[in-house]
Structure formats: C-alpha cells, structure tokens
Design a protein. Sequence first.
Lengths: 139, 430
Amino acid sequence: MIFTETYTVVPRDYVIAGDASRKIKQILKKIGLDADVVRKASIAAYEAEINMVIHSYGGTITLEVGEGRIRMVCVDTGPGIEDIDKAMQEGYSTADEEAQAIGFGAGMGLPNIKFNSDEFNITSSKAGTTLEIIINLPD
Amino acid sequence: MAEKKYFHSVRLDKDKCKGCSNCIKGCPTEAIRVRDGKAKIIDERCIDCGECIRVCPHHAKVAVTDTLEDLKRFRYTIALPAPSLYGQFRDLKAVQEIVYGLLDLGFTDVFEVAGGADMATTAIKRRITEKKNRPLISSACPSIVRLIQVRFPELIDNIVDVNSPMEIAARTAKANFSEKNGVDIGDIGAFFITPCPAKMTVIKNPLGDEQSAVDGAISIMEIYGALMAHLHDDHKTGLDRKFASAFGVGWANTGGEGQAVGIDRFLAVDGIHNVIKVLEEIENDKMPDLEYLEALSCVGGCVGGPLTFENCYVARNNIQRLFKKMNDNNMTIKDVSFNEEEYQKMLFDAPIRPIKVAQLSEDINTAMAMMQEMEAIEKRLPGLDCGACGSPTCKSMAEDIVRGFATEVDCIYVLRDRLKALTGTHPKKD
C-alpha cells in the first residue's frame, strides 16, 4: 500500500513554518522507518517547507510512503526560481531581509535537500516550482 | 525475546490518584494515560524526568529511592554526594562541611561526585577530539539520554559515550577504598545522594554499561534535615582529604559542564520541554555549527531536580557563590590524570539502543494502514485536547484507538453526539 497525505504551506508565516515537516517526521516515526531514513527525510522536508515559506506564493507538500521509498512532492504557485544552477550552489540565497534577520536564508536549502535525497528533481517556471524528493527505504 | 522488566523510580500512589488530567498533559513523552479513573504510566515511554511529580496536585506521583535504613545492607558505605547537594545550604562556608557531615551521619567514607565530574570533564575533552558526530550531546542527564532513545533515536550516535560523574565516582571510590583498607568490593555499598528519580532508575537500568557500580540512591529530600544538623568544618574528621575542583561542583548548574569542558560552540539547555525544542532543531540540521550540547531535564539543571529541597534559583545562586569562593582559593581545575586503561573504562561498554515506542507496528504496511486510520479518527475527534478521555491529546487518543487501548466513545463529545443521534434530541441553544 501507499500512505499519502498532503500538507499546505503558507507563505511568509514564520509562526507556523515548520509545522508541515514536523508532522511528516512524526508520521515517518510512527510508521517505524529507520532512524537514518527519518532523519534524511525530515531534513529534506523541513528545508523544502522553509524554502516555500520564504520564497513562494504558497503551496503544498505531498508525502507518499510505500513501494520501498519515501516520495515528497513540493509544489508551489510561483514566482519560480530564476537560475536553478545558482540556487543549487551552497551559500547562494535570494532570501529577503526579514527571513535573514530570523536566521533563514543561509543558501543551504536546496543543496541540503539534494544531499539528503537519493533522487532529486526540480523544475521551475514563473508559474511555480516543483521538487520531487525520493529517499529509498533499506530492504 | 523476553526482556527483564524495566525498573522505574517514578510510580503512582493509587490511593491518592484522583484520575485528573494534570499529569497526562505535562508528560513530555506522553507516557501517562488515565484509565478506569486512575493514572497509568506506560513503562517503555517513561523517562523518569519527574515532571508528573511536580504537577500532580494530589501528590500521587512518587519517586522510589533508598532510605538511610538501606545502608545496613553493607559493611562499609560510601556516600556519593551530587554537586547539587551543595546548593541546598545557604551559608555553606566550604564543601568540607558537607563531607564531614555525611561522615558524621554514619557513612564510612565520602567521595564527591564533583570529583567524578572532574574526571568526566577530562575524558570528555579527549572524546571530543576522537568522536566525529556533531553536536555531541552530554550523557550526564539520564532522562535526556532516555528521551533521545524514545523520541530522537536518530540522535543516539551523538551522545558522548563517557560515563556519568556518578558512575565514575562510584567506581573510583570503591576501588580506592577496597585497596586502601584491604576489603572486598562486595562489602562496600556506594550510595548516591540524588536530586532526581532518573538517577535511581539509571542505577537499576544502567545506560551504556552492563552493571552500575552504584548500589543505591538516597534523595536529597530524605537526607536534608539530618545533614543540616551535622554540617561542620572540624578538620579532625576529614584528615588529609582531597576535594573536587570548583568546576566539578559547577556541574550542579546548567552550563557548569560546558564551562568545565571549556568548548567554544556549546549550548546549555534546561527544562525538558525546552530540550525537546532544541533536539527537534538539531534533527532538522538547524544547528550545523554546534559542537556540544549540554541538555538537562530540570530547569536550573540538577539543582532543580524534583527531589531537592531548596528552590532551584536559590540553589543555583548558592552554587555560584561556592564556585567563586573555591575559585578564589585557587581550586581551579587541574586536568585529572589517568592512564589509557582507566580512560577506556570511562567509556560506555554497551551501546545505547533506540526504544521503538513510536512505531505503530513492526510491519511497515500494517503501520501505514494504522496511520491512515489514525488520521481519519483524529478528524472525527473534537480537537480540544481536553484530556477527559484519559489520553493527553486528540491525536494520542486516535493513536490509542488504533492500537486498541481505547474506543471512540471514550471521548465524551463523541459519546454525546452519538446519544443525541440515538435519542433524536438536539442541543439547546440559549
């Protein structure tokens, strides 16, 4: 079977930022997945959620667990990443002052997601960005 | 595999329990439920932090510790006073007063756990250079170690695998006493004077070791009155004793361990709920620069333990004043020297294992089905987290239902709605 659940991410709301990835982490723990897998997925989910809060017009994270893997699809409604190659570089950030003032925007988000995924796909246009994060479960 | 039943110091006094929801709400691991009108502690989840002891208005949560009577079990007894014991007395002139007082109370010998802390400090300094995980997390507070086993198993490898000051003190004290007096180790009882129930628990279920060298724990509360009457600084009693450093004593307060270890990027956090928040951030990789985390279950650190007498703020101040006095007398930390074999013995010899209480089922597919069911049930519950059903939140109630420990009509709101549906009545609006 595949377990699936979708979470909404609200832009610029730093009070609830992190709630979606916290729920995802709790679910993965309850399903009883390996500690290492939970850690990787939690970090990836958290970074993706924070990215969406800081940069996007809002969106959703859909979690799927099953068939030997965790798949998280993060979809937002824009404004898109202008230069994906640059965004994938460590330390590159376009976060605004507000986000930087509270400790976000170190430019580690996307690189960290990629580092913690087994498969990572990103597409972006002005209409929005889609991330596909896959973490394989050990046999 | 059948495991030996886990000993918990924190227990319920059934007669005093009124079945209210105070303890279930305050428990950091959601380890308590009220069933059939009485609180019930779930063994695997309890970390013996003692939060329930603090919040129970009926004093129905108690800590089981040893009494002074238990000293009779041994021919020779060694008191191991926790550094936090020193914070209980407002006008302490010197540590000597406590050591001599304990000897007067009938202990054959005294070994300061602050001395164990000095040794642990030196071992940790070296371990930081050998163990690569970051941040390293202190192993001194047994509630925190167990919290990590229960709620943050992926951080287990970050725990610094150096024995606690209490354990190091007990081993050293017994070995020294046995050698000096030519007596059998088995005739010596080492008793920790404890600020908390978690230390009592860890003696019975050692962390990172097969067997604890500590034979019992007597609460500070239990010994406070008697010791107060015996404090003195008559040097004849002590002969040529050596005393622990100010830094060892400083371990009583939050930040004391970090100060002693002297590492730059360290963070000291106290209060179990604050610790949980920080561990969640570490789990999310939010503290990449952090080298060392000193995390303590009680607000104020060990001086805030549930079995202490003095309030934690006064006690903290007492420790700070004592620290200053000792430091002014040049009792600064000297690196305690020990050889390679002694160092190796200070490290854990048994791995710390995750305690899988979160997972709904051993089988992933079953767990996922249960998870889906749980989400559906949660949506039908009122979301008030009132605790009247006996579970701390509607979410945990949903989990208890899928696990088969509760039914939906245990929720008074669900029950009310079902009754209304049956009788055809509608709620009166006034």
